[in-house]
Design a protein. Structure first.
Length: 132
């Protein structure tokens, strides 16, 4: 049974975020969830090690970040990042594809409720304002 794993990247992934103000986080500015099944391992898998079954869900858009300016919406289902389908990827690897140097672009393909076909957005990565 698939369970929604909330990407509390702003909390659970703080250890991987840069510690210095001169080393900012760059990406598209979303909080995502993934349809990652509950692992039957003890102890549980570390954060992000679960495998995405079908898509990531845009849970929240970070104010002022590129994703919202591009037209992405909360509840959009990310099915592809650039030329890579997210199904079968580790959750953290899919999220890492969205990050990159400021000024570089990434193509995000989503399924959106009410739309007959997937939508694609080319988003220019930028420094993402993270409030801790």
């Amino acid at each position: 049974m698939a369970v929604v794993l909330i990407l509390l990247a702003l909390l659970a992934n703080l250890a991987s975020l840069p510690a210095q103000a001169d080393d900012p986080v760059c990406g598209i500015g979303i909080v995502a969830t993934g349809d990652v099944p509950t692992p039957k391992t003890t102890p549980p898998l570390p954060w992000g090690e679960g495998v995405v079954q079908d898509h990531l869900v845009v849970h929240e858009l970070i104010a002022g970040a590129p994703a919202g300016k591009s037209g992405l919406l909360a509840k959009d289902e990310i099915i592809q990042i650039d030329d890579t389908k997210v199904a079968g990827m580790k959750f953290k690897d899919a999220c890492n594809l969205l990050r990159g140097p400021a000024g570089t672009s990434v193509k995000v393909t989503v399924k959106r409720q009410g739309e007959p076909a997937p939508l694609s957005f080319t988003i220019t990565r930028a420094v993402v304002p993270i409030s801790q």
